[in-house]
Design a protein around this ligand. Sequence first.
Ligand SMILES: NC(=O)c1ccc[n+]([C@@H]2O[C@H](COP(=O)([O-])OP(=O)(O)OC[C@H]3O[C@@H](n4cnc5c(N)ncnc54)[C@H](O)[C@@H]3O)[C@@H](O)[C@H]2O)c1
Length: 327
Amino acid sequence: MKRILITGAAGFVGYHLASRLSVDATNQLTLVDNFVRGREDTDFATLLQHSNVTAVRADLTQPSAFEELGDGFDEVYHLAAIIGVSNVMERPYDVVRVNGLSVLHLLDWFRKGGGRKLLFSSTSEAYAWTQHFYPLPIPTPEDVPIALTEVRNPRSSYAGSKIFGELAVTHACISAGKPFVILRYHNVYGPRMGFEHVIPQLFERALTGQNPLVVYSANHRRAFCYIADAVDATIAAMQTEAADGETFNVGNENAEVTIGELAKMILTHVETQPEVEAQPAAHDPIIRRSPDISKARRVLGFMPATTLEEGLAKTIAWYRTRLLQAV
Ligand SMILES: NC(=O)c1ccc[n+]([C@@H]2O[C@H](COP(=O)([O-])OP(=O)(O)OC[C@H]3O[C@@H](n4cnc5c(N)ncnc54)[C@H](O)[C@@H]3O)[C@@H](O)[C@H]2O)c1
């Protein structure tokens, strides 16, 4: 029996990771969340019906939360965080506080025997400001220097908290002689990712007949990675010994499109055919972002298998059902 802890498991990535791992009856899963953003919906309730899955409601900014979990987990996936543009712009201190405290408390517990190996979820945002101010190769490999913009910019809160998390995990684990791995997820998408994301937002507005369809950041290029592929990489990173102590980009450089092109792909799934009205970015000055995933291919055997067309079709089918139920 393998004991696995997933923090932030009611959220998007955590839920899909837990669903995949729950299929193996030799995995004993403990799913922790405080449900500030994660959802106690029917999908999560269905996941909890597996006899090898237990949910714990806990606020990981409290050190006692970890003590109450017990210790001796074989695998610890730390996905809990405050994320999302509106949180980052409106509550930057909460972003810094929750993401900072939760990783520090986790590390204090982990180093004392809480778990054997730790996976930390970081982000493509770690590159955002270096890309903005300095010439970086795009697709971007993991070993480039990392910079922030001025500290007063609320957008620094999320990138800064994740860079801090990478530092804390790296040095806590090296000094304790414990295996860890860091993943920088790039624009992961799929069913049940919430509604604060460009794909469900564009789809909902197109479905409800907005005309013209307003598309912000239409000229920005992003590489979208389907959730099933991100879960493949996540599990491989945990299970591959050669990944210990390393940082990996997780994304799909073959699925890079402009947001305007993405909108046109989404429009192939609706009957209404509105005009597309391109608008400038509201908060995001980063024109192009794409991961170099050659290291993940080499070490983890990571092969993103889902094309953007296939992933969008699955995602939109899920959202279509939920949006029509809500009417
Ligand atoms: N989805 C992506 O494309 C993406 C990209 C880059 C990085 N990431 C990282 O991957 C991780 C998972 O992302 P996601 O998209 O699933 O986010 P999410 O918001 O869907 O999930 C995060 C979960 O953490 C929980 N949480 C927040 N504060 C908590 C606390 N104090 N105690 C306990 N639980 C708490 C939330 O309720 C939520 O369920 C995050 O760390 C995020 O930074 C995701």
